[in-house]
Design a binder for this molecule. Structure first.
Ligand code: SF4
Ligand code: MG
Length: 328
């Protein structure tokens, strides 16, 4: 709820005032149990910082992170460690997150022993069980990470994240470094594991094709703010926000009879330490109105479960129809 993470920017030697990079700038969303909620947007839009804030790898500047009704930011660091079992993260590069000197078995045992969740004997049984679930054999468990391909290493990281029986898994670009054919295998594995283990996923990715394949709902971020959020089919079939429309126009259509017009955005993403007034997207928005520089659009639910922050959708309702007509 209204989550913010502002990083102080190193000020120059003669500069007294500190600038803040507004990496996450007041976003709110919910993730329902056992669903996959995805955050998309260009790199630097704050999606990873959001994921990391939920695990308190960054301490948020302000806002709330409610988990099972309690704000996890109210937990002391020590009490939060107990909760960390429930909340796990899988990163893009499995190589850098796996200690190369340890065997897979020891990599998987380590979280169990650190959190003291079971006896040593039970721990070994759990290692073989989770290894099998992610598609690794008993023999492979005695090997080291470098003996595996990228896809298999990602299976090891998945096993390591799941061995503590978490409830929520945050996947930050978890398949982005893999070849497309391997991506599909890992995504299908993640979908199967979610079903079997009743997991809730926060899926962070810049890849809109992958996101469409895995998500129940999607949130689109720009400059640390949420531009649009909807159920997956709704978002992909009827995007409302000009930014979402431009992102989706860049995905090649799988149906050759449908001609898509690519919306090319002008300019670059503005400096997050000095965001524009009004709508954060206005400097690149092909639909910008005069009021877009004066007033920040309210983030509002314009259809059931479909939220958008854009003046084109300000009520009264007649305006919405007008703006849609204009576009056609
Ligand atoms: Fe574009 Fe204005 Fe909507 Fe922002 S509020 S996305 S600038 S039309
Ligand atoms: Mg990132």
């Amino acid at each position: 709820n209204h989550l913010k993470k502002h990083f102080p920017q190193k000020a120059g030697i003669f500069k007294r005032t500190k600038n803040y990079v507004r990496a996450v700038d007041g976003i709110s969303f919910e993730i329902n149990e056992e669903e996959t909620f995805s955050l998309v947007g260009e790199s630097g839009c704050g999606k990873s910082t959001t994921g990391r804030s939920i695990l308190r790898l960054h301490e948020p500047t302000s806002g709330e992170i409610l988990y099972q009704g309690k704000d996890i930011l109210d937990y002391s660091k020590r009490d939060f460690r107990g909760l960390r079992k429930d909340l796990q993260m899988i990163f893009q590069d499995p190589y850098s997150s796996l200690n190369p000197r340890m065997t897979v078995k020891n990599l998987l045992l380590e979280p169990l022993l650190t959190h003291k969740v079971c006896s040593k004997k039970e721990a070994s049984a759990r290692v073989f069980d989770i290894a099998e679930k992610v598609g690794l054999t008993r023999q492979q468990v005695d090997k080291h990470p470098h003996e595996f391909s990228g896809g298999q290493r990602q299976r090891i990281s998945i096993a390591r994240a799941l061995i503590l029986n978490p409830k929520v898994v945050i996947l930050d670009e978890a398949v982005s470094a893999l070849d497309v054919s391997i991506q599909a295998q890992i995504l299908n594995l993640l979908i199967d594991l979610q079903d079997e283990l009743k997991l809730t996923y926060l899926f962070i990715s810049h890849d809109l094709n992958v996101v469409r394949h895995v998500s129940d709902r999607v949130g689109v971020m720009y400059l640390g703010q949420m531009m649009e959020m909807a159920e997956t089919d709704d978002l992909y079939n009827e995007p409302l926000h000009p930014y979402t429309k431009s992102l989706l126009s860049a995905i090649p259509s799988t149906d050759p009879t449908i001609k898509k017009e690519r919306i090319i955005l002008q300019g670059d993403v503005p400096d997050p330490s000095n965001p524009p007034s009004g709508c954060p997207f206005r400097l690149r928005c092909p639909k910008a109105l005069e009021r877009c520089s004066l007033e920040k659009p309210t983030y509002q639910e314009v259809k059931a479960n479909h939220w958008v922050a854009c003046h084109l959708y300000d009520s009264p309702k007649a305006d919405v129809n007008e703006s849609e007509k204009e576009e056609q």
